[in-house]
Design a protein. Sequence first.
Length: 708
Amino acid sequence: MEEKRYPFTQNREISWLRFNQRVLEEASDPRVPLLERLKFLAIFTSNLDEFFMVRCGSLYDQMLFGPDQADAKSGMTPKEQLQAIYLEARKLYAIRDAVYRDVNKTLQALYLANVSRKNMSRKQQKSLQQEFEHKILPLLSPQIIDAHHPFPHLINKEQYIFCELQLNNGKKRFGIIPVPSFLDRVIPVPDTRDDYMLVEQLILQHVDKVFPKSRVVFKTIIRVTRNADINLNDKDIDEDEDYRQYMKKILKKRSRLSAIRLEMYKYTNPEAVSYLCSHLHIEPEQVFVSRVPLELKHLFQVVGSAPSSRTAPLLYQPFTPETTTQLDPEKPLIPQIADHDVLLFYPYQDIDLFLKLLKEAAWDKNVVSIKITIYRLADNSKVVDYLVQAAENGKEVLALMELRARFDESNNIRMAERLENADCTVIYGFENYKVHSKICLITYQSHGQIRTITQIGTGNYNEKTSRQYTDLSLMTGDPVIGQDAIAFFQNMQISNLSGSYKKLLTSPRQLKHAVMGKIDRQIELAKAGKPSRIMLKMNSITDLDLIAKLQEAGMAGVPVTMVVRGICCLLPGIPGQTENIRIYSIVGRFLEHSRIYIFGPDEDMEMYISSADFMTRNTERRVEIAAPVTDPALRLRILAYFQSLLKDNQKRRELLPDGTYSPIDLGDGSPYDSQAVCIQKAEKDRFVPKPAPDGFMHRLRKRLKRHR
């Protein structure tokens, strides 16, 4: 391990694992409704899967091609980072096992649990055995592994029954049974309300019937996680090859990449581990034993399929995104937004208002073009529906589609094909830069003039996640921002990343430099004895230049307050280094996803919303946008929102100098959950249409008015 560059930084991977631990803490929190705790267990597991596929995959590649390359934030080599990850992850497995056991035990009393054979009656066991013999066994493809039946390729995240068998001739062989992915995983237990077994558990229970001429010496369920960190290189594309076709070929390679992790369900033995490690080319430290099912996506199915009369008391109280007093949804939106800026807070306010704007633009005879950047979309995207309608109505439609949005590549390819088939213009960005910005430009004619409506957001144009993630969406008729947006799309079409803009900040060329300058301004104010302030909200911070600049600001006396949900490589509260910096994290019902930059005290405040975290990939290797919020009322709303986060004593955690997180002490105050407060505010702020006037009285008043 080399000496790290700064004494106030920590490794990003360990920081991420501690974020996922906070997700796991939600699953163990008795204040969280019981079935919501199940969902957090599933989210934790899904997060960990992706982490191993992407981050561990990247470190694995670094270990092969740059083994001595030390991490600047921790001084660790790739191998040392992986070893630290395996150690921390093993601790998280143990915590998850305990949380799942406790939650499932409670669910047993409610007849909504994953039950084992020993907790069933003989009648129930017999019924499930018949289920296996008649409906599952005929569909299985078991294999003995020997010279004539080589070790098969194990598909990423698919489950397999793995067993050691003693044959009739006394020889031992390993056997493997793929768990068919087309089978329903959740198998109801007869004579219970909603208890269930998983199909892989039922197969494991009856392995002896799959290999009837052998004695089963050992059996378990295994699951392999493979490297998904594919490096894309435009030089590999044939000159006449369609970019979408190239991406399709790349995605096929992902399933064949190296194994990164092996999970085993409940049971293990040295011979099985040694055998599997040798064939998967991994080390024993990459093997994890789980006491809970290896894949927990079924928990969403369990919750969703049980009768609502039973599940409703065990879930969050239903919440429907609201409208806003800023817009009358019964009237055309374009004139309203041209009159005043509008800011939507997702999920508290409804993305349907933006979708209504897009639909209106598709059919408004005065609208001439719609241009948009797309990173992630819902499977059945209304955004694409309305863009297609616009093109069919003769509007110019340009979509800058990022096909490299990890794990959404296939959906984006389908959507790009659909847009092209509707005669929309689709472009795909740049070789070394992902387009992660969220901007939509509507251009229309009014009284002989070209006017614009520009929408800029912190989150994706995805109707599904907009109801799960907290994000901000600014819609403005500001002509300067509109001209910036026009220039931005023109620059994207000619591959110009160095364009200059009057109000918008863009990466990779401008945003980071501008932010550093704004931090410098606060340093100057503090040194002059004047009020100063930096308030930042984002998902992650890893950029060493920005970390060093924030540390410099703190040392100069600038109060720095940050809400960072996930990775945070900056350590606050270190004496003589970062003691003027406070950093918090909130993990709750909704995923905190919005990015907000605030510089300066109230009377001299600059405020931006952005698609960019303070990560090197965002500031230097992606096309991002930050937009200023200048409307006084909207600035006050965002500031009040930020201050509400800082009042949260239920879900907020404070980052400590050692990299761990501490719950906020409730003290003598009342419980304050910032997300619950936002729900209440949204309900108060919803648009309420005025009642239609009584027809007779309305006509009478008009006559009296004319008579006067």
